[in-house]
Design a protein around this ligand. Structure first.
Ligand SMILES: [Zn+2]
Length: 315
């Protein structure tokens, strides 16, 4: 019988947990909403309960557990240093109390790093040995697999590809720098581009779509798809910049493939066309052969990422 692990995925809106087998099948799953305003104690209680409930459904004892967390983590200490989108997640030691309760090894990982390992093991990165994964959503994250193992760096912080600088005169990023990929091409950055288009009055169509609301990346996309050239140019320019960032990383790492996931992929070829073009235009030597693949894991990407970490850690 296939071994089982416990996988958990903690985001700003949902706390999810699952039992996953070695083939990457989610055999049981529990989704709950993230408590809106929680103290570290309250959120830890919530998490312990979630783990108790999922383990109670296991037909055989799981071999390990892993949690993906959107933020800075210290994997060795089993601690979340900072997770800006999850209330109560700051300097919180997570693994020790869960281990005590479950009696199995428990690990934490940054969610984008976990997603990279998930793609490598179960998704679009299968069959590679060297992989770069980028999550293109509200923010931009990433993970690096080298020679079949997740690359964590000296302090477990590797893979922060959203903070590669592509324009030193660009907008201020959450990290304090200017012109990071995340401040120029993320969901938040595209919403800001939409705001700028509205401010110039150059897109009546976007104005009509947005009305009195605050614009989003999806509004920019909707206007572009309805034929608005200004909005389309914003998305294409974003794609071009994304390609410069990812292409630079490809030149450093020489992965066999780049896998992509996240909500911005809804923009389709309008984003990905210019991205691939600029990525390949700056590719140096062997890096020019890198393949771009779209994640096949969908809604389960976070859970399968954590599951991949749980399996890797006990191998
Ligand atoms: Zn940054």
């Amino acid at each position: 019988m296939s071994r089982l692990v416990v996988a958990a995925d903690f985001g700003g809106t949902n706390l999810r947990s699952a039992l996953v087998n070695e083939a990457g099948d989610v055999v049981e799953r529990i989704d709950r909403s993230t408590p809106a305003e929680a103290s570290p104690d309250a959120i830890l209680r919530e998490i312990l309960q979630l783990f108790r409930d999922i383990v109670a459904r296991a037909p055989a004892p799981p071999v390990s557990a892993a949690l993906g967390v959107p933020g800075l983590i210290d994997a060795d200490q089993g601690m979340v240093i900072l997770a800006p989108n999850v209330a109560g997640f700051r300097n919180l030691v997570l693994t020790a109390p869960i281990e005590e309760q479950l009696g199995i090894p428990v690990f934490i990982e940054n969610d984008a790093s976990a997603a990279a390992l998930g793609e490598f093991r179960f998704g679009a990165g299968r069959g590679t040995r060297h992989l770069l994964h980028a999550t293109l959503g509200t923010g931009i994250g990433g993970g690096i697999v080298i020679d079949g193992r997740l690359y964590r760096g000296a302090r477990g912080l590797a893979g922060e590809i959203g903070h590669v600088i592509i324009d030193p005169a660009g907008p201020r990023c959450n990290c304090g720098s200017r012109g990071c990929l995340e401040s120029m091409v993320s969901g938040v950055a595209f919403a800001e581009r939409a705001r700028r288009v509205l401010a110039t009055g150059s897109s009546p169509l976007l104005q009509e779509i947005v009305g009195a609301r605050d614009p989003s990346a999806a509004d920019l996309q909707a206007a572009a798809e309805a034929g608005d050239k200004t909005c389309e140019a914003e998305i294409r320019h974003g794609g071009h910049l994304l390609g410069l960032g990812l292409g630079s990383l490809v030149n450093v790492l020489n992965p066999e493939a780049i896998t992509l996931s996240g909500g911005l992929l809804n923009m389709g070829d309008m984003l990905l066309g210019p991205m691939k073009e600029s990525m390949h235009s700056i590719a140096y030597g062997p890096a020019s052969g890198t393949i771009v693949r779209i994640s096949s894991l969908g809604d389960e990407a976070g859970l399968l990422g954590a599951a991949a970490v749980a399996f890797e850690r006990v191998e």
